[in-house]
Design a protein around this ligand. Sequence first.
Ligand SMILES: [Zn+2]
Length: 225
Amino acid sequence: MKQRCCNLNSVCSKNYGRRGIQICEEWLNSFEAFKEWSLSHGYSDLLSIDRINTNGNYSPSNCRWVTTAEQNRNRRDNRYITYDGITKTLTDWAREYNIGCKALERRVNLGWDIHKALTYPTKKEELKDLTGVKFGRLTVVSLAYIKNCAFWNCVCECGTLRIIRGASLTGGLTKSCGCIQKEKASKIARGRDYKKPIVQIDMHGKIIAEYQSPIKASVATGIAN
Ligand SMILES: [Zn+2]
């Protein structure tokens, strides 16, 4: 009994010390009242005091003694998250996006953006089978190997085989074997060739020579450009 009272004392003082949490007048003024309520409401050393409505005060009508697991569940059931203009409890969001409550809570506590917290794949999902899926010009043929994350054998529309990291495919970073970039580069190069040739004129303004590039003109005429 004495031990119980000591524990109750520490629970009580800990709560007093917490900022922003209101404790009802009755308990604030009388530790005896708090003790009496606790003992008649199933107090045990193994339980902790929990507020039924987490936004409410510490008061006889809003408190109960629960196990840590129950307290954690209550906390998640009472934690509201607004995403895309809709507000739901953390538990409901987790259920809707098929993610563990604990995982979602951990992500939110780490300060993740809500969209990312709800949609970022867990390790397990990252290893989901991508065989046959098309990403840009690449089609996944089979799993190549796993090294921290999955790498996939892909075939490009141009016929080239490449091993690409799964996250690069699903994240839209890699869309070809590299042929898209090559095509872009050659298009730019071709564009350069179509530029007006450099012309050499005589003192009357008559064209006497044409050169495809400043370098060619420089080489032919000996004049630095
Ligand atoms: Zn290609």
